[in-house]
Design a protein around this ligand. Structure first.
Ligand code: GH3
Ligand code: MG
Ligand code: MG
Ligand code: MG
Ligand code: MG
Length: 312
């Protein structure tokens, strides 16, 4: 622990320095406020013993300036050394940013006790900082866990709900088209029956990654809607663009050639896609649910038309 002693009276400084040394504390002495502030800036002591009455800057002013020099979250304990102990003076000292005071001549036992008290406070402050950092980490992790699908690692339904609400409003405000793709893996029940549920899970991970890698713009997002269904948000995308992305996703999955010998439409895992494009407007009563309904209906058409295809 490094102590900065700011004291203009040499005899008092000599006594306190000796007392600090006896307590095993390293100290550096400044003869006035200006010099003290310089040392503070350069060496960031762990504790400051600060005389109140000094020529030039008095102790209260020095304390005020030290508090201004400290960066956010920094704190150096300040103990005033004072001959005066009127309530008014104490109040001024605390207001200026002091933490405690010692009456001169300084008693060695009181000095030792107050130094220990400040050490305890500093320790508590450190623990608090560590705790705050852990809390921040935990919050970030919580946010991740609540927005990511546990199996596939892509956005989950909750995250989708938030995103679609945001994009819907944005599209409404800016009068821009908004497209949605609803994708459903074909004959997935049969896939599970044939290869087992675990293989089914693995397959869904691969499918999710495949869909994700087809999205090129940062604003586009794919989420697991539930089970073997996925949903894609394509902001500022008209029906031509949406259909193009849908075809790209369908094709990308076909190209993976994931074996599925119980599928009636292909030897591989395939997906059907429903597309819908809306132009939400402030004077329109249409809702997000209506848009999802439309995408679902299009998906149903794609299924009924034979699967492994896109319908609008
Ligand atoms: P369709 O082509 O009409 O979509 O046929 P399908 O068999 O894919 O449709 P259906 O809705 O009848 O069955 C979906 C299946 O997906 C049923 C369910 O067991 C399976 N499934 C849903 N979620 C998961 C999952 O997380 N893991 C695995 N392994 N299977 C899942
Ligand atoms: Mg003095
Ligand atoms: Mg389904
Ligand atoms: Mg399905
Ligand atoms: Mg079905």
């Amino acid at each position: 622990m490094k102590v900065l002693l700011i004291e203009d009276t040499v005899t008092s400084a000599t006594i306190v320095t000796a007392q600090l040394a006896k307590l095993g504390l390293e100290s550096v002495h400044a003869r006035d406020g200006e010099a003290g502030l310089e040392i503070f800036k350069q060496s960031r002591p762990d504790l400051i013993l600060l005389d109140v009455i000094m020529p030039g800057l008095d102790g209260f002013e020095v304390a005020r300036r030290i508090r201004l020099l400290e960066k956010d979250g920094d704190w150096t304990p300040i103990i005033f050394l004072t001959a005066r102990t009127s309530d008014k003076d104490l109040e001024r000292g605390i207001e200026a940013g002091g933490d405690d005071y010692l009456v001169k001549p300084v008693s060695e036992v009181v000095l030792a006790a107050k130094v220990r008290a400040m050490q305890r406070l500093a320790q508590m402050r450190l623990s608090l900082l560590v705790l705050t950092r852990r809390l921040d980490d935990a919050n970030r992790e919580l946010k991740r866990l609540t927005s990511v699908d546990g199996l596939t690692g892509i956005a989950n339904r909750r995250c989708f709900d938030e995103s679609i609400a945001r994009e819907w409003q944005r599209s409404r405000r800016n009068r821009l088209p908004l497209s949605i793709l609803m994708l459903d893996v074909d004959f997935f029940k049969q896939y599970n029956d044939r290869y087992g549920h675990q293989a089914g899970d693995e397959c869904l991970k691969v499918v999710a990654t495949c869909f994700q890698s087809e999205l090129k713009r940062p604003a586009d997002m794919v989420a697991r809607f539930g089970g073997e269904e996925f949903v894609v948000i394509l902001p500022e995308t008209n029906v031509v663009g949406a259909r193009r992305v849908a075809e790209a996703m369908r094709n990308a999955l076909v190209s993976l050639k994931l074996p599925h010998d119980r599928s009636s439409v292909s030897d591989y895992v395939t997906t059907s896609v429903g597309v819908t494009t809306v132009y939400p407007s402030p004077d329109d009563a249409a809702t997000i649910a209506d848009m999802l309904d439309a995408a679902d209906k299009a998906l149903y058409l794609a299924k009924r038309a034979g699967r492994n295809q896109v319908a609008v």
